[in-house]
Design a protein around this ligand. Structure first.
Ligand code: 2HA
Ligand code: ZN
Length: 278
């Protein structure tokens, strides 16, 4: 063991790397990330990175194409563009990359990964702008996650896209929903993905909720860790699944606003202002 004393630890064994790989695999197994669908970014502290990598050894610099001034010096583990979630566990170093942001967000320094010459997800604008946005309301935010869960997507074809109505419907579909996402679900109309415009719009929506639906496309979630963010999307998707099972049937019972209020009080959460009629 003595001769290993000065060797950096293997980043593939870092707890956040293990968790990232498990989460991406789990998302794939849930059917949320067909082909190259979906992307994840996990913000890391320098002290989480430095035991594993020489942080002065930049492999290459990649322009981001947008500004994110508050993120300079921040580290992110990010899924690669065109890469399949299905493959992350077999070849993490090709399908993931660890970057550090500089030049007011305009440059990403690659410190590890994308080893086939690849680059970060095409949705980096939405990810980084959403991180910046969430950090202004929650300093513990670390994760932005995007995927294509079938029922949430289906719902955007048949349900009103009004955020209050969309949120209320989801809250009514499972008892635990209002507890898990009391802040509600924000909704963007269909927009061209991969652009700075959808990045700005997503980040703006992220100020008031941790879930943002991209109509006819998928969903964004944000949270303090991978498990929590996965669970957030999982809960909303379960609710959307119930909705898609019952929307065409005669509805005989629901969870009333009074009951939703009881839940919120019992579990100590504050429902989005004005969303309950009580
Ligand atoms: O990266 O999901 O929105 C694939 C996507 C784009
Ligand atoms: Zn997508």
């Amino acid at each position: 063991m003595e001769n290993q004393h000065n060797m950096a630890k293997d980043i593939l064994n870092a707890p956040y790397m293990v968790e990232m790989i498990r989460t991406a695999s789990n998302m794939y197994d849930h059917g949320w990330d067909e082909r190259n669908g979906g992307n994840i970014s996990l913000m890391l502290d320098e002290k989480e990175v430095s035991p594993y990598l020489d942080i002065s050894a930049v492999i290459r610099e990649v322009p981001t194409g947008f500004d994110a001034p508050t993120l300079d010096g921040r580290y992110f583990l990010v899924t690669g563009t065109g890469k399949y979630f299905k493959n992350i566990k077999y070849a993490p170093e090709i399908n993931l990359g660890l970057i550090r942001i500089k030049n007011s967000g305009r440059t990403a320094e690659l410190l590890w990964g994308y080893s086939d010459g690849g680059r970060f997800t095409s949705e980096l604008p939405a990810h980084l702008m959403s991180h910046a946005s969430r950090l202004t309301v929650d300093t513990k935010n670390r994760v932005v996650m995007h995927c294509h869960p079938a029922n949430l997507l289906a719902m955007t074809y048949v349900h009103s896209l009004d955020e209050r109505e969309f949120t209320r419907t989801l809250w009514q579909m499972c008892t635990e929903c209002i507890v898990v996402f009391a802040d509600g679900v924000n909704v963007l109309p269909w927009m061209l993905c991969g652009t700075n415009e959808i990045g700005v719009a997503t980040a703006e929506k992220m100020r008031t909720a941790r879930l943002v639906v991209w109509s006819q496309h998928g969903i964004y979630g944000a949270g303090n860790d991978l498990d929590e963010t996965f669970g957030l999307i999982e809960t909303a998707e379960k609710a959307a699944e119930i909705y898609m099972k019952i929307a065409h049937l005669q509805i005989k019972n629901t969870i009333t606003d009074k009951q939703l209020k009881l839940l919120a009080d019992r579990f100590g959460v504050s429902p989005r202002q004005g969303y309950l009629d009580v």
